[in-house]
Design a protein around this ligand. Structure first.
Ligand code: TPP
Ligand code: MG
Length: 334
């Protein structure tokens, strides 16, 4: 897949460290949840993103705390990057009262508005029009916050994607469409569902800027996202950013990925950002000790959060009646 370098300028040591810290937390979260499921420590369902860490880390660095995010069932990395505390994420995955939605949403439906995560959806493509609505609200309110909608390559074959992009371009909305192209939709490779080489080319049809970047490179991805977010914030309208990446685990925890050819797996393993980015940091002056410490801290934070969550109660039965209707809630327009 051909990729385009965008933007310029060196990242600071602090920015590079933040990228790697987020990547390590995201990878540790996937691994810990998969291991826990495999050994029967807990029962739940996840859609792992192992391999896609660079995209989420870049996203986190490009966004402000008050920016909005809409993501999918494969969005745990995005939640981490947006700053949702690990206990709130894992609490939701394991259905405990400490979850972001007090354990009632599950992996597919995490929302954490305090951190800008407005919706996580299991309906492929459905986040796009919701993100367009959030961006329209920001524009009408005169706010400079930006909305990012994160989705997969398969989602770009849905009607909602095309309808949403068309409206966003027509109304010049402050939104960034982030396609995490992991080359598969469930078990189907992208070549069997799309006749054009780049998802980003779909932007041209609605008069929107579109760019394809190497989603396994957090620096290149950050630059592309920072440029798109900056354009949206300055009133320059929406962008479709396609990040080409890969997922090394199955579509869902338990899927053995037997449909992924060995040679493709080997090619993509050589580009695994959790291997290539540390090498690049070492070449750039980081020490092995520093990188090991970042990784160990991430593993520890995830382990601690799992322990906290497992010690927390499941939601009280009365919770089932709460948050169903807006009774008692003040509806405001801030
Ligand atoms: C509207 C709709 N159609 C079909 C499905 C079943 N489904 C769940 S995930 C998925 C694949 C989506 O692939 P992609 O958008 O590339 O995201 P990825 O899972 O690779 O992150 C499909 C078809 C669904 N959830 N919603
Ligand atoms: Mg996909």
């Amino acid at each position: 897949m051909t990729v385009t370098e965008t933007g310029a300028g060196e990242l600071t040591t602090r920015q590079l460290t933040t990228l790697y810290e987020t990547m390590c937390r995201a990878a540790a979260l996937d691994t810990r949840l998969l291991n826990g499921i495999k050994r029967g420590e807990f029962a739940t369902v996840t859609w792992p993103s192992r391999g896609q860490e660079a995209v989420a880390a870049a996203l986190g660095l490009a966004l402000r705390a008050d920016d909005r995010l809409v993501t999918t069932y494969r969005g745990l990395h995005d939640h981490v990057a947006k700053g949702v505390p690990l206990t709130e994420i894992i609490g939701e995955v394991l259905g405990r009262s400490v979850g972001a939605s007090r354990g009632k949403g599950g992996t597919m439906h995490i929302s954490a508005p305090d951190h800008g995560v407005m919706m996580t959806t299991g309906i492929v493509g459905s986040g796009v029009p919701v993100g367009v609505g959030l961006a329209l609200a920001a524009k009408k309110q005169g706010s400079d916050r930006v909305t990012v909608v994160s989705f997969g390559d398969g989602a770009t074959n849905t009607g909602s994607f095309h309808e949403g992009l068309n409206l966003a371009a027509t109304w010049d909305l402050p939104v960034v469409f982030l396609c995490q192209n992991n080359l598969y939709a469930e078990m189907t490779p992208i070549e069997q569902t799309m006749a054009i080489p780049h998802v980003a080319d779909r932007a041209k049809g609605v008069g929107m800027a579109g760019v394809t970047v190497d989603g396994n490179d957090p620096v290149v991805t950050y630059r592309a996202l920072a440029e798109a977010v900056g354009r949206a914030r300055a009133g320059g309208g929406p962008t479709l950013v396609e990040t080409v990446t890969f997922r090394f685990e199955g579509h869902y925890a338990g899927d053995t990925s037997a449909y992924i050819p060995e040679d493709q797996l080997a090619t993509m393993r050589a580009q695994d950002p959790m291997a290539t980015f540390p090498d690049r940091l070492l070449a750039g002056g980081f020490t092995q000790g520093e990188l090991d410490a970042i990784r160990a801290a991430a593993d520890q934070a995830v382990d601690d959060a799992v322990r906290t969550v497992l010690a927390a109660p499941v939601p009280d039965l009365d919770e089932i009646r709460l948050d169903v209707y807006a009774d008692g809630l003040a509806i405001t327009h801030d």
